[in-house]
Design a protein around this ligand. Sequence first.
Ligand SMILES: [Zn+2]
Ligand SMILES: [Zn+2]
Length: 192
Amino acid sequence: MKICTFPGCDRKHKGHGLCSGHYQQHRKARPLTPLDKQTQASWIAESLKTDTDRCVLVPWQPNRSQASTIVNGQRMNVGAAALTLSGSPRPVGKVCCHDPLICNNGRCVNIRHIRWGTAAENEADKVIAGTHNRGERHSMVKLTEDQIIRIRALRGQRLQRETATEYGISQTHVSQIQRGARWKHLSKEQYQ
Ligand SMILES: [Zn+2]
Ligand SMILES: [Zn+2]
């Protein structure tokens, strides 16, 4: 039987590669979203197979900074769901923590970005993320794409400390730019 091509959906094909439910969403020009809780879990399970370092954001509950779903009859945030579905059930007393430097997004289900941790660790992450995001906004205003390219070119040519001083940013920031840990996902427009 031909089935819907939407990730995680296993309903019967109706048209345009989609089941009737997804075809309706498509016809109404809505973003395609999972049709029910089971499908949300399937969507996450399917996304776990994707090989990417980028954030993988669930499409449902689009207006919330965090999204949740139901796995094994329990409502949990989507990060916890992703860990659970990846074969790592929640240890007693632990919560789902998103990596504060690369992610900090409660809608992300990329298991490279999430881990089980204590509530205290989660709070500490938020502090790091808050500081980091302020720095990011600051540097987005401050650095142009050309400057990023120039900073990358200076790798190994000059002390990071000197480069940091020249551009008025931290040495850590220089290191992150040079290693490609920062800015690599940003498009050209976002540099400017
Ligand atoms: Zn479908
Ligand atoms: Zn992420």
